[in-house]
Design a protein around this ligand. Sequence first.
Ligand code: ASP
Length: 439
Amino acid sequence: MGKIVTKFGGSSLSDAGQFRKVKAILDMDPRRAYVVPSAPGRRFDNDEKITDLLYRTYRLWREGEDYMQAFGPVCDRFLGIARELGLRVDIEARLADIRRALEAGQGEDYCASRGEYLNGLLLADYLGYDFLDPEAFVFFGPDGAFDSERTNDTLTALLSEHERAVIPGFYGVGADGRIRTFSRGGSDVTGAIVARAAYADLYENWTDVCGFLMADPHVVPDAKTIRNITYRELRELSYMGATVLHEDSVFPVHRAGIPTNIRNTNQPLERGTLISHGAVEEENPYVITGIAGRLGFSVISVEKAMMNSEHGFGRRVLQAVEECGLSFEHLPTGIDTMCVVLSTAELEPVRERLIKRIMSLTEPDTLTIYDDMGIIATVGRGMVHNPGTAARLFTALSRAHVNVRMIDQGSSELSILVGVDCADFQPAVRAIYREFVGE
Ligand code: ASP
């Protein structure tokens, strides 16, 4: 029987009621063998996430203040869940261990990771699964980077001895033997690591939404859920700001050929979004898969007659960009113009220096900088064999009176990027959505 690795986010395990939902989900499919929990999240608006409280606990302790202001609510939450579910695990003793370790100088990562650790203990007890502490098998190297191969080998061997297990997310151990965490949201990464090590058929990431939406719901309130998406499309959308998953959680499963399914713990019958390699069982009903965008770009447009026949012109422009410590986002070029798209925030401190350097290296006819640009990526594998997609997109934009300032389409034809004024950003996203998906 193939195995499924399930990761449950903080809101999926925020209280005893959510624990019951998680158990019901696991009971629905016996292949769900390994479970990766986050720390308990918010139960209601203005509630505090356990991880945030733990970071605060550490800060208060370091500043010599009364850290129980923050650690007290952490204790209450875990004791409350244990009590309500009638669990046997001695959480009180574990909480006392944590206080002792904190006072003995265990660091910030240790403190922050205890939300996952304690939640894992509770969940393992509640489900009757083994508890595997990532301290023993999620390794970080001396440079602080995650050591994927050592972790994978150790974990694969370990999992072969455990039919069912709970493995807390978010942390592992550094080369110095101290606890280390991934960046925020890192339980997604642990889930992907476990899926790879377990040779899972599927990585299920259970959260509080029914998957990826086709557009940002703040801009398109009724945006539909994406049913199928490839890892490459996901990369394009996430790069442009769409987030549901931690970025680093994609790589381990993508490389191992394991699909990821984003599901909603509160609506377990919804199929969510399936992220796979390419061949998807069912095509999307629309030519495009999704739209994402970001504000805060500047375009430097360097124009020079006969630029296209001047050897090294592009290299010199990029040399200036590199010398100023910048990395460019896009590079649309015309016959006599070359544009470099950069983040405005990064450009700001070196703006004058960069202009001077480009001027001296390339002696252009004109150099213009446009600020306040938003870039919108319309992504879809369905666009590849669909003539007329670009025409539809630009007609929709012109009907919405949006002035397109930049166009960039990679040769993969997986996405079309358009740059628009900040003020046109939202109308543009809505116009594209309406054209390809409908009202
Ligand atoms: N609890 C950690 C955080 O809040 C990790 C996670 O939930 O994925 O960032």
